[in-house]
Design a protein around this ligand. Structure first.
Ligand code: ADP
Ligand code: MG
Length: 209
């Protein structure tokens, strides 16, 4: 599976989700590559903060040619996760063209819901060339038992992109793990954060089977 984590809005959780998805896929013994397509290189920073054995490979590829290079760079890997860039449209477009599933993190905030129309537009354009391109929103930083958390699914329903059943809650462990270059399951293997990531992975894998 080639999954692109995209949203031109910054701070929605692309990198957080990308590293944890990659780690979760690698846990099953799969060979996983994480492509950092963000010029800021946050996924590379994550890898640099890590001590000990890498869970998966990470390469920086902040170029609008990811879709052309992925065959060669991704050769031999079972799964590839692309951590998408903010703003830069040509990089985002290339990452979308490289992916077979696009995952769009959105926070339960009206600003995130409005901003999502940009990435939805890019997906619509890409579908002209890639009819079978799958795309889904995932709600990130959900705050338990809040109305906005429940309403976000309804608001996103206006877009022609589905919303994953699985969602990710606002949890300090995501930042704590990142600071050490770790995945959440390495800190709390049976914890709720690891379970949420696993549920996202299972749903994504279901799309590509
Ligand atoms: P992006 O890559 O879209 O810019 P990041 O993954 O860097 O977003 O996340 C932005 C900030 O939000 C980071 O400080 C990260 O630790 C934090 N964050 C993301 N998701 C969560 C979450 N589910 N719970 C708590 N903090 C989160
Ligand atoms: Mg990022």
């Amino acid at each position: 599976m080639i999954v692109g984590i995209l949203n031109q809005k910054g701070g929605v959780g692309k990198t957080t989700i990308a590293v944890n998805l990659a780690a979760s896929l690698a846990r099953t013994g799969a060979r996983v590559l994480l492509i950092d397509a963000d010029p800021q290189g946050s996924a590379l920073d994550w890898a640099a903060a890590r001590q000990g054995v890498p869970l998966f490979s990470v390469v920086g590829l902040p170029r609008p040619t990811v879709h052309k290079e992925i065959g060669q760079i991704g050769y031999g890997y079972d799964h590839i996760v692309i951590d998408g860039p903010p703003r830069v449209t040509d990089l985002a477009r290339s990452a979308i063209m490289a992916a077979d599933v696009v995952l769009i993190p959105v926070q339960p905030s009206p600003y995130d819901i409005w901003a999502a129309d940009e990435v939805v537009k890019l997906i619509d354009e890409a579908r002209v060339y890639k009819e079978g391109l799958k795309a889904a929103f995932v709600v990130n930083r959900k705050i338990a038992n809040t109305a906005i958390g429940r309403d976000v699914g309804d608001a996103l329903a206006a877009y022609p992109v589905q919303v994953l059943v699985a969602s990710i809650t606002q949890r300090v462990i995501f930042a704590e793990a990142a600071a050490q270059g770790k995945a959440v399951h390495e800190i709390d293997v049976d914890g709720p954060a690891a379970a949420e990531i696993e549920a996202v992975v299972a749903e994504l894998l279901g799309f590509t089977q």
